[in-house]
Design a protein around this ligand. Structure first.
Ligand code: AMP
Length: 449
């Protein structure tokens, strides 16, 4: 849909759709979106996360430091009037780390921060991949303990259950294991980032080839390949299989031990069969240093969210040495998953009561009566023009209202309204001074949609 409008004397085309890959969220979609956001906020409260907000626009350098080539090449970058390079945030971990490096650097640790934020990436639009999408995220700073990592998975598990997703699993990994093997072989951090990015893209053979070429000592190449190609399986069993192979490779064995502790802790709450260890797993963001994970829903080939440990990030952007671990739930993708795969039917918000004047003369009284319903907390929509009773019913039904409140000339003269339950249970006259109390009683018997 395109319209022609006049701009400085020229006719120009203006599309009536948002820019490619971005979405309007329509009235029928808002309640589902809001319920996902509310679940995230409930979890902030339940697990002790303080919610924060940061601007959608940040200095480009914040992300350039360590988000990784993959993200940088998909960023919206532009200049402000003073020539400063800015970017629309592609993710939230770096902005949150910026807060911890700066204004929150003196907060007692561990500090738990949460956010609900729209992020922007120049991805190729497709199912579940949009250019603007919402992240609901949780980050813990100041603890290296495995319980902090395990908490992330447990929160995600809690979220998925609460929004009605039952068939899912967690894909877990630990880039600390791969990094330890590469460090022992003398491979630099920068080269490690490149190799892990190859693994992330599924280019396993190229990653193995690079390690073989760059390894300066020992059996680094072979070990790396063994880990990268080790079959995925139930987490604890797979960790134990691999640990036999890492005996003597001290740092890597320790990192694997860390993963085992995290899985053991998470399994106290999450069904163990839902946790699958992929030894060759890596994630696109290069700030990860240890445990990483993603959640997958049955029938969706792409992750519903994910995260991991990023111990060096805060100091990299100029803050103190503070370890961190966190994750983001892909709220937009989950919304699509719920509607397209689990067939959840989005429903617009509807008023509980719909007030209609039946005559021009009763508009004033009806207007005042509608306010009484709202004072009692009843979501109430007012029809500004007068209609016949049959048209009033049609209009109320179209809006999905449960109660129709009719105010004719005779009702207005007697200070009463006529309240009809459209589910057919009653029709009554209420005096205006009764509305507050009776509407409150209605509310406690009816779930507000
Ligand atoms: P990431 O920061 O890439 O780890 O993203 C975490 C989660 O955000 C992913 O697992 C997705 O659920 C979601 N996500 C990432 N990119 C997009 C996108 N382009 N469109 C929709 N959701 C996305």
């Amino acid at each position: 849909m395109v319209v022609l409008v006049s701009l400085h004397g020229w006719l120009v085309k203006v599309p009536l759709t948002p820019p490619r890959g971005m979405d309007d969220i329509l009235p029928e979609e808002i309640p589902l979106h809001r319920s996902l956001v509310e679940t995230v906020r409930l979890l902030f409260r339940l697990y002790g996360y303080k919610e924060v907000e940061t601007p959608p626009v940040e200095y480009y350098e914040l992300f350039a430091v360590k988000s990784g080539q993959e993200i940088l090449s998909h960023m919206y970058v532009f200049e402000d009037a003073h020539g400063r390079r800015l970017a629309l945030r592609p993710e939230m971990t770096a902005p949150i780390a910026r807060l911890v490096a700066g204004r929150l650097s003196r907060s007692p640790q561990p500090i738990r921060l949460g956010y609900v934020a729209d992020c922007y990436r120049l991805d190729e639009p497709q199912w579940g991949r949009r250019r603007r999408f919402y992240h609901g995220g949780f980050e813990i700073f100041g603890s290296k303990e495995p319980a902090a990592d395990a908490e992330c998975m447990v929160i995600f598990d809690d979220f998925l259950r609460r929004v009605g997703i039952k068939d899912y699993y967690f894909k877990v990994g630990h880039v600390g294991v791969q990094r330890a093997i590469m460090s022992a072989a003398g491979i630099s951090d920068v080269d490690q980032d490149t190799i892990l990015a190859l693994l992330d893209k599924g280019r396993v053979e190229e990653a193995e080839e690079s390690v073989r070429k760059l390894a300066k000592k020992g059996e680094g190449g072979t070990l790396f390949s063994e880990v990268a190609t080790h079959p995925a399986g139930p987490a604890i069993a797979t960790v134990d299989e691999l640990s036999v192979r890492l005996v003597g490779v001290e740092k890597a064995a320790k990192e694997l031990g860390n993963l085992r502790k995290i899985i053991k802790l998470a399994s106290q709450v999450i069904e163990p069969s839902k946790i699958i260890y992929y030894p060759g797993f890596a994630r696109g963001l290069s700030y990860y240093t240890g445990f990483i994970f993603e959640a997958y829903g049955e029938g969706a080939g792409i992750a519903l969210g994910g995260g991991g440990r990023y111990d060096g990030l805060v100091s990299l952007i100029g803050g103190p040495e503070v370890p961190g671990v966190g994750f983001a739930i892909g709220l937009t993708r989950i919304m699509q998953y719920l509607t397209d795969r689990l067939m959840v039917k989005p429903q617009p918000d509807s008023p509980l009561a719909f007030v209609v004047p039946l005559a021009e003369e009763s508009v004033e009284f009806a207007f005042k009566a509608a306010h009484e319903f709202r004072r009692a907390g009843v979501p109430t929509e007012f029809e500004p023009a007068a209609y016949s009773p049959s048209e009033a019913i049609r209009r109320a039904e179209r809006r999905g209202a449960r109660f129709l409140v009719l105010v004719g000339r005779r009702e207005a003269e007697r200070d009463v309204v006529s309240v009809r339950d459209l589910a057919g249970r009653f029709q009554e006259e209420w005096r205006v001074e009764e509305i507050y109390g009776r509407a409150e009683a209605l509310l406690s018997r009816t779930r507000v949609g």
